[in-house]
Design a protein around this ligand. Structure first.
Ligand code: NAD
Ligand code: ZN
Ligand code: ZN
Length: 348
């Protein structure tokens, strides 16, 4: 089968042929419908050898949807049947520690002992025709949703969902939430904020076409990124600032905007991994602002995201490309030329 593989650090991915894998005991073989192209893959490809503990090669794709194809020998599940449309929950923990037991495998207490963070992050992922998932517990049924365009729900929606949910108590009527970076995650963050809260939503991006997408997603105000952005947001909020600033970039410049736009008693939530620095001391942030760096989301939250999508309350803006064009699609993403989320689909 065709697979998009990470074969060397700091090199573009390779499209190669590998055998269709056979599911072992307890495992599930998924026929892939789509695999989202996440900006995190660009970081993984850019970081030098030794940054991540993964062995090479492995198949990329940590945002995957598809159909249950075969249950491995002895795989027991009453919740899934062959042919069911599913999402693959991405962060694979040990499955038994207290965090995993409550579905928060993103914060597995044994993460340091595991060889990979999940499919597509150190072990074979979804940018292929088939993918092995180690346990049925890592699959979330999609119901009637079309798996061909649903893949972004499992990362581009789940990550901001988790980040927003913990701040919902602040997003009362009259409050403001800011989304910086309206790409794959950001355009869904805007939709999620509108679906879950009464807050006014401000979208910030460097690119005018990304601000157009934010408007389509329901943003109330559009602010071009740059020096004056925080000041504009302060003016829009009558001087108070925003109760939640979700930074989906995480660069020095966006963190500065985030701190400058935050209100007293707010959350500055950094999901972008661009590696910027935000000094936290008296004078750089308003009183009682909290800064946090959340990672992905929980399994129960992924079921909630699917319920929102099933009800038509959020809809990923997706453009599909054949698997074979992966290298070109990553180039487009790096150049800021993907609107919403690119999804790679196997041919045939
Ligand atoms: P993307 O490339 O689709 O979107 C990035 C957006 O940010 C684009 O619209 C771009 O125009 C905009 N942007 C870039 N620089 C900007 C600036 N200086 N000011 C304002 N806007 C700017 O990326 P994505 O797939 O949505 O991922 C976003 C970030 O989130 C990446 O760093 C990714 O690694 C990270 N991420 C983190 C988690 C997590 O669990 N913490 C999960 C998924 C992705
Ligand atoms: Zn991702
Ligand atoms: Zn665990």
């Amino acid at each position: 089968m065709t697979a998009v593989r990470m074969a060397a650090w700091q090199e573009p991915p390779q499209v190669t042929r590998i055998p269709v894998p056979e599911p072992g005991p307890g495992e599930v073989l998924i026929k892939v419908a789509g695999a989202g192209v996440c900006h995190s893959d660009l970081h993984v490809m850019e970081w030098p050898a030794g940054t991540l503990p993964y062995g090479l090669p492995f198949t990329l794709g940590h945002e995957t949807s598809g159909w249950v194809h075969t249950l491995g020998p002895g795989t027991r599940t009453t919740g899934l049947n062959e042919g069911d449309a599913v999402l693959v929950y991405g962060p694979w923990g040990c499955g038994v520690c207290p965090s995993c037991a409550r579905g928060a495998e993103n914060y597995c207490r044994r993460a340091g002992e595991l060889p990979a963070a999940g499919g597509g992050l150190g072990t074979d992922g979804g940018m292929a025709e088939y993918m092995i998932v180690p346990s049925p517990r890592l699959l979330v049924p999609l119901g009637d949703l079309d798996p061909r365009t649903a893949a972004p729900l499992t990362d581009a929606a789940l990550t901001p969902y988790h980040a927003i949910k913990r701040s919902l108590h602040r997003l009362v009527p009259g409050s403001t939430a800011v989304v910086i970076g309206v790409g794959g995650l950001g355009h869904l963050a805007v939709q999620l904020l509108k679906a879950l809260s009464a807050a006014d939503v401000v979208a910030v991006d460097t690119a005018p076409d990304k601000l157009d997408l934010a408007a389509e997603a329901g943003a109330d105000h559009l602010v071009p990124a740059g020096e004056g952005a925080a000041e504009r947001i302060r003016r829009l909020t009558g001087g108070l600032g925003a109760s939640l600033v979700l930074d989906c970039v995480g660069a020095d410049a966006t963190l500065k905007t985030a701190a400058g736009a935050a209100a007293v008693e707010s959350d500055v939530t950094v999901v972008g991994l661009a590696g910027g620095t935000l000094p936290v001391r008296y004078g750089t942030l308003p009183w009682e602002a909290s800064v946090t760096i959340p990672y992905w989301g929980t399994r129960p939250e992924l079921a909630e995201v699917v319920a929102l999508a099933g009800a038509g309350r959020i809809r990923p803006h997706v453009k599909t490309f054949p698997l074979g064009e992966a290298a070109e699609v990553y180039r487009l993403l790096r150049d800021g030329r993907i609107e919403g989320r690119a999804v790679l689909v196997p041919e045939g």
